[in-house]
Write a protein that binds this ligand. Structure first.
Ligand SMILES: *[C@@H]1O[C@H](CO)[C@@H](O)[C@H](O)[C@H]1NC(C)=O
Ligand SMILES: *[C@@H]1O[C@H](CO)[C@@H](O)[C@H](O)[C@H]1NC(C)=O
Ligand SMILES: *[C@@H]1O[C@H](CO)[C@@H](O)[C@H](O)[C@H]1NC(C)=O
Ligand SMILES: *[C@@H]1O[C@H](CO)[C@@H](O)[C@H](O)[C@H]1NC(C)=O
Ligand SMILES: *[C@@H]1O[C@H](CO)[C@@H](O)[C@H](O)[C@H]1NC(C)=O
Length: 745
């Protein structure tokens, strides 16, 4: 039972697999493409659809033949090495083994393309194509394919002496042919005149050569570096040569055909910008008698197809004859080739590859005016070594636009920008978009692309530095992260851009003295947003002005700030009973760094009436009228708590004291948020003159004077005799009648 079930399942699996493989499917459009080219069928399969390794089979009445093994090479099938374009490409010669040839005029190809899915299930697609010969055959054609050399010669070509042989070797060959010729085709490989080796087509096949006859031609195909081939220098160019002569006896005639091939195998050079491919103009192993040699045309192209001269010139190719050498040049990255990126030692490298095609049609002209034509074609993969590429940035910033514009370029399609560090802040490209930065992809005509980044100058990411004298710098350091696709290998590119302004002066500030205070005029700076105006540590805003009793107005020229005397922010100097100097300071500072760039300090002299000043260095200065507050007393009799402290000045009914807060009996108290110093101005007991002994009322008055300093602002309370406060204190005066002064004595 169990065994039976196993068989049953096995049978179903086998059956379903072979069923899928044998059913012929239609591939989606564009997945499999075919084209009849001059001398081969071009077939290409999209690897995105078919996977990395689709299998290809040639189909004929005998069955299926893989076209991707060594055998297939001498059969005339080439799987191209140029597969950087994500397609698998097959070139099948018109004389390839399993092709139905009709009179050398029409060629019918049949292929299977087998695609395996992830579970190893295979799907088979049938490709049928018939090519009508696009270009008439020349007497002799030599094709140097990527993997083989192919020579075809007209069968009926009557040749008395072979093109490539000297008379002596011809005679030697002829006598050898006479001895061995039979009515079947044979081939003779010639080395030097002494070494000749003759064999049947079947024996040649065993040695890796392919010889066939077609309706009108004989075909010879060999891979490179076979035992019978030699490398020779032709005008200094390394060339692989194989001398093959095919012969057979027809009645009493021995027919001999020269099927020699010559293909250059010299290395391609790269000078850093251009690839150079040197080819001897006269392929001497194929031309024995240069006097009868006539060149009819030399052309080139790519991917096995010829291009018009205008077309290759527009791609920057060049074809130059220098002496006996044809020099083909292709600039790095030229259209038609493939670029592949790599990261090596953290730097970005590229390889550029192009599959070039060269054709030289030449003839031998005979004395009787007839000629025979040779079409010599070579295909060659030109490849640069790994080239270290330096991405570059171009600073395209326009100052008037007030933003950085930085172009990074130019990359082939397998490079992608994924993130950036702008002044140390990491942003992926989607994050950059989200945060409103503009990162545009720039597509070039030559299929490269670049990136354009825009960052406004006033963006928080931008570094700003004011160097004085109106010189302002904005700067961006960018560390770009780019990926090589598809492996997402990262590399980095660093760029630094700086924008300079020379007219970034801070606002111009002037001031005038008024009786009631100071007026500041703050001009509008050229670069408005750069600067802000500060009073002390605080930014001047309408709210601040309102809170402190300043009057702030705006006009076309700028701001007008009116600061009434005694409002917050003043300091006072040189206080006398008559005058004092009020000092007010405003600053222009960098709105970003808050570095102060200019300070406007205005000193104005004001008339002293009354005042109480608590200075930052711990001095209380007080000017007060005695008349309004006290019964008329003699100013001489007024002191502080410490009776030795007398007024600095006294005149009319006004007095002035100025004393350090750790002297004259000053008391200090610490409150919740203030440090308070307190003293009293006391009028001494009324003096009764001896000459007028009238007992008057005791009129002892006290005036309490206080300085309040915010605790947070005090930095030193007379430690070592020094008082220091960040802010001046504010004062208060309270008159109090001494309660014990009434009704006594
Ligand atoms: C081919 O023939 C040419 C001319 O006879 C001779 O110079 C050359 O050495 C031969 N090469 C080989 C590989 O036999
Ligand atoms: C081919 O041309 C390039 C420049 O055009 C030159 O540098 C190089 O030497 C040439 N090669 C030969 C073999 O003439
Ligand atoms: C591609 O075009 C860009 C922009 O025109 C140019 O800067 C760059 O050099 C070109 N690259 C190649 C390989 O031609
Ligand atoms: C650029 O960024 C990469 C990745 O964040 C880091 O490894 C590299 O050191 C940075 N380069 C410089 C010069 O800061
Ligand atoms: C204060 O008085 C001194 C001495 O007379 C003088 O040198 C100084 O300039 C005055 N200060 C101000 C701000 O007027």
């Amino acid at each position: 039972m169990a065994v039976g079930l196993g068989f049953y399942i096995g049978f179903v699996l086998l059956w379903s697999k072979s069923f899928r493989a044998d059913s012929i499917n239609e591939a989606p459009e564009g997945v499999i493409q075919t084209e009849c080219r001059d001398r081969f069928l071009w077939l290409s399969v999209d690897k995105a659809f078919a996977g990395a390794t689709p299998k290809l089979q040639a189909v004929d009445k005998h069955g299926f033949h893989p076209v991707d093994d060594n055998q297939a090479v001498t059969c005339g099938y080439t799987i191209s090495n140029v597969n950087m374009n994500s397609r698998l490409t097959l070139r099948a010669s018109y004389f390839s083994c399993y092709t139905q040839n009709q009179d050398d005029e029409s060629f019918r190809f049949l292929f299977n393309v087998i695609v395996a899915d992830g579970e190893d299930r295979e799907t088979k697609y049938r490709v049928k194509k018939t090519c009508k010969l696009p270009l008439a055959w020349s007497s002799r054609e030599i094709i140097c394919e990527e993997t083989y050399m192919e020579v075809t010669v007209e069968k009926h070509m009557s040749c008395t002496a072979s093109e490539s042989m000297s008379m002596e070797s011809w005679n030697t060959a002829l006598s050898m042919a006479r001895l061995t010729a039979s009515s079947t085709w044979q081939v003779m490989f010639m080395g030097d005149e002494d070494t000749m080796e003759s064999m049947s087509f079947t024996d040649a096949l065993d040695q890796g050569y392919r010889l066939d006859t077609s309706p009108t031609r004989v075909v010879f195909r060999t891979t490179y570096r076979q035992p019978h081939s030699q490398t020779v220098l032709v005008d200094g160019v390394a060339t692989e040569v194989i001398n093959a002569t095919v012969y057979y006896r027809q009645k009493w005639v021995v027919i001999m055909l020269d099927l020699s091939a010559a293909c250059t195998i010299n290395p391609v050079t790269f000078d850093g910008e251009q690839l150079h491919w040197s080819i001897p103009r006269v392929m001497t192993p194929l031309v024995q008698d240069p006097s009868s040699f006539t060149s009819s045309q030399i052309r080139m192209g790519i991917d096995g197809q010829l291009l018009e001269e205008t077309a290759w010139r527009s791609r920057g190719f060049d074809l130059e004859e220098t002496g006996p050498i044809i020099n083909i040049s292709v600039p790095f990255g030229a259209q038609g080739g493939y670029r592949k990126s790599f990261v090596l030692d953290n730097t970005y490298h590229e390889i550029y590859t192009i599959f070039m095609f060269y054709e030289h049609v030449f003839s031998r002209v005979y004395a009787d005016g007839t000629d025979d034509e040779t079409r010599h074609r070579m295909m060659r993969l030109l490849e640069t070594p790994m080239v270290c590429q330096n991405p570059f940035t171009v600073d395209e910033t326009v100052l008037d636009e007030h933003r950085f514009t930085v172009m990074l370029g130019h990359f082939p399609s397998d490079i992608e920008l994924v993130s950036m560090k702008i002044n140390g802040v990491f942003l992926t490209i989607p994050e950059a978009f989200q945060q409103g930065y503009s990162v545009m992809t720039l597509s070039n005509m030559n299929r490269t692309h670049g990136y354009v980044l825009e960052v406004p100058f006033d963006d928080p990411l931008v570094h700003r530095a004011y160097l004085g004298e109106g010189l302002l710098l904005y700067s961006l350091n960018i560390n770009y992260t780019l990926h090589v696709l598809p492996q997402e290998e990262p590399f980095y590119h660093l760029a630094s851009v700086v924008a300079q302004f020379h007219n970034a002066f801070p606002p111009d500030i002037t001031a005038t003295c008024r009786e009631s205070g100071i007026i500041f005029y703050i001009g509008k700076p050229t670069l408005d947003h750069l600067w802000e105006v500060g009073v002390g540590h605080e930014l001047l805003t309408p709210e601040l002005a309102k809170r402190r009793g300043y009057i702030l107005t705006n006009d076309a020229q700028g701001l007008i700030l009116e600061v009434p005397i005694f409002t917050y922010g003043y300091t006072y100097e040189n206080i006398t009973l008559k005058h004092f100097v009020g000092v007010f300071k405003i600053t222009a500072r960098d709105s970003k760094t808050l570095n102060i760039q200019s300070v406007a300090t205005k000193y104005c002299s004001f008339q002293t009436v009354e005042l109480l000043v608590c200075s930052t260095d711990g001095i209380m200065t007080i000017v007060t009228k005695t008349t309004t507050t006290w019964p008329k007393v003699l100013t001489r009799q007024i002191t502080l708590r410490d009776k030795t402290c007398q007024p600095q000045e006294a005149h009319d009914a006004r007095i002035m004291f100025s004393f350090a807060l750790n002297t004259c009996g000053t008391k200090s108290m610490v409150g919740d948020s203030y440090l308070v110093y307190e003293n009293e101005i006391i009028s001494a007991k009324q003096y009764i003159p001896k000459d007028n002994p009238i007992i008057t009322r005791d009129s002892k008055f006290r005036l309490t004077v206080q300085c309040f300093y915010p605790l947070t602002s005090v930095r030193s309370r007379f430690a070592g005799g020094m008082f220091l406060s960040n802010e001046p204190g504010f004062g208060s005066i309270n008159m109090k009648k001494n309660p014990s002064a009434n009704g006594k004595k």
